[in-house]
Design a protein around this ligand. Sequence first.
Ligand code: NAG
Ligand code: NAG
Ligand code: NAG
Ligand code: NAG
Ligand code: ZN
Length: 362
Amino acid sequence: MKGSVMSVLVVLALVAQDRVACGLEDKSYDYTKYHTMDEISAWMSQMERENPDVASSMIYGRTYENRNITLLKIGFTSATPKKAVWMDCGIHAREWIAPAFCQHFVKEILGSYQTDPKVNMLFKNLDFYITPVLNMDGYIYSWKDNTTRLWRKSRSPGTGNCTCFGTDLNRNFYANWGMVGISRNCCSEIYNGPTPLSETEAQAVTDFLGAHQNQLLCYLTIHSYGQLILVPYGHPNISAPNYNELMEVGLAAANAIKAVHGKSYKVGTSPDVLYANSGSSRDFARLIGIPYSFTFELRDEGDYGFLLPEDQIQPTCEEAYQGAMSIINYIHDKNFRGSAITVTATLWTTLVASWISSANVF
Ligand SMILES: *[C@@H]1O[C@H](CO)[C@@H](O)[C@H](O)[C@H]1NC(C)=O
Ligand SMILES: *[C@@H]1O[C@H](CO)[C@@H](O)[C@H](O)[C@H]1NC(C)=O
Ligand SMILES: *[C@@H]1O[C@H](CO)[C@@H](O)[C@H](O)[C@H]1NC(C)=O
Ligand SMILES: *[C@@H]1O[C@H](CO)[C@@H](O)[C@H](O)[C@H]1NC(C)=O
Ligand SMILES: [Zn+2]
């Protein structure tokens, strides 16, 4: 009797250990809470450690306060350069649901690529470059106390006679910089900075995108709030050459989102559904030739705004995951339709998936 209880416990312990090792399940990190920058950095190292075959980290710049801006690169390794998808979260400090979404997204793809043939194929054909918190200085400041919770901008000091801190990083990119929807007053929430790319964080993204321009098929930048999917451009008088396709892909993503918890997301250019702006990272990505560029504005529509309660993290991330995957699958299928690589990946995936499912029966 005692012996059999013991062996059951040993088997359970081994199974639990194995699942953590495979990154299938991780009970130690709570994805339904907001996390500090230190916790998110430790989580990034943990993801890397637990998934050494498919996840690695890369430092691609410094913040104003000299922190390392780090992304997770996720996908099967390949001897030849792969096409890629970019996702950044937390360019605006107070939009805490955005970093929570990047973490949820990483958890989902790492937890499913071994069993879900579709995600497995994405890992084969694409690399994901995911920055959970781009504006690290601002994010840390927004955690300081309840007077700084609604901080939005970077933390660089004003220049000249202006003594306020911070530039709106999403007005600082070299994309119609300074033309519309900005302020020249450094105390404003939408101050676009003294010059284009004055902010090291915007410069870091610009350098990375430039260096991977031919690989990147898709640029996703995650914000809150408003329940919107925005397509280029923020300037009302300029239209993206593939505007119609961007709208179709965006509307399909909004449908995928609605199917999860019934939430409605509007789709359009920023001037059409929100307000005109310039110097955004989304517009910059499209301008340098990354064909599919979208901004997600997650929940809600203003009831809680930036202070979205923690009990909405999980449903918000679940629906947004389906929205993002709708876009990524569309782009993947369009680029890899019928290729030999895809066929091989499918066969291989089926074999591995059947092996995993038989190994997991208990
Ligand atoms: C940033 O990364 C460099 C290179 O890995 C490392 O030497 C340095 O200590 C890091 N700085 C911080 C603040 O973490
Ligand atoms: C901020 O925190 C202080 C001290 O904990 C508290 O007294 C105050 O009500 C809080 N203010 C807001 C706006 O939450
Ligand atoms: C800065 O302030 C000084 C003194 O008030 C003033 O003379 C100068 O014109 C100001 N410079 C700018 C750029 O506003
Ligand atoms: C867009 O074009 C119209 C008509 O030419 C012009 O009046 C308006 O100022 C332009 N908008 C911007 C932001 O440049
Ligand atoms: Zn934002």
